[in-house]
Ligand binder design. Structure first.
Ligand code: MF3
Ligand code: CO
Length: 249
């Protein structure tokens, strides 16, 4: 069932989202050549717990880590590892926080050292797609409107949206209806209503839109090894338009 959040729930999710945003802001300086994605996972986990939160992804459908960290061709659900990050890597850090019972979910992309032109362009287009999608998160619009604008935008650059993942409703669990597709037809899908909390989280690939899973059963990589990028916000539908709960400074 698609839930409509009360004002109290929305403020709780905003507090949770703001803790999440502060952690992403801290990662801007923390992520550099030579550290491992395990170091990033520990940094995030420590910041969540020191601020009274719970790393909500641990144990969710048996996922074992606080964060999903997906490097280069990894699209999503990357496991933290002890491999060192190298100059030019594209790192996506995705995690959910439970703060006093209220969830938030946001993925952000970081480049390590000096990004190549290919990495810089892909990051720029993916972030822009996210905000174009968010503009469509208006009362009366439908989920397909969001996917349609995001997909149409990235296609102009020859990129492909991942066809196997999507955004989602958030709360009381991490994945709730409605599904918020990355690709969609206008005027199709769930109708958006005041008080719905959803994520918009485009995964944009330079090449193949399809994924293969690693042996760990989670990590999705592009079938052709091409670069993949993702940004994600949690937002609430309001009369004044979308309000981003995980907005960073
Ligand atoms: N943050 C992820 C998302 O955007 C959650 C993945 S589920 C997990 O949907 F189990 F991997 F945590
Ligand atoms: Co999500």
């Amino acid at each position: 069932m698609i839930s409509i959040k009360s004002q109290r729930e929305i403020e709780g999710m905003y507090e949770s989202g703001q803790l999440l945003a502060r952690i992403h802001e801290a990662l801007r300086d923390f992520i550099k050549t030579g550290i491992t994605t395990h170091d990033i996972d520990q940094f995030v986990h420590t910041m969540i717990t020191e601020n009274g939160g719970i790393a909500a992804q641990i144990g969710y459908e048996d996922y074992p880590y606080a964060t999903c960290i997906s490097v280069n061709d990894a699209m999503c659900h990357g496991f933290p590892t002890h491999d060192k990050l190298k100059d030019g890597d594209l790192v996506k850090v995705d995690f959910c926080i439970d703060l006093r019972g209220f969830l938030s979910d946001s993925c952000w992309a970081y480049s390590v050292g000096t990004p190549s032109d290919a990495v810089r362009k892909l990051m720029e287009v993916t972030e822009k797609a996210l905000y174009l999608g968010i503009e469509q998160a208006q009362i009366g619009n439908r989920a397909g409107d969001i996917g349609h604008v995001m997909d149409t935008y990235v296609k102009q650059f020859g990129y492909n949206m991942s066809l196997e993942f999507s955004g989602h409703g958030l709360g009381p669990t991490i994945h709730e209806p409605p599904m918020i597709p990355f690709v969609g037809k206008p005027h199709t899908g769930a109708r958006l209503k005041e008080g719905m909390v959803i994520t918009i989280e485009p995964i944009v690939n330079v090449g193949s839109p399809y994924a293969t899973l690693d042996d760990n059963g989670w990590t999705a990589r592009t079938t052709d090894g091409s670069l993949s990028c993702q940004y994600e916000h949690t937002l609430v539908i309001t009369k004044e338009g979308p309000r981003i709960l995980t907005l960073q400074k």
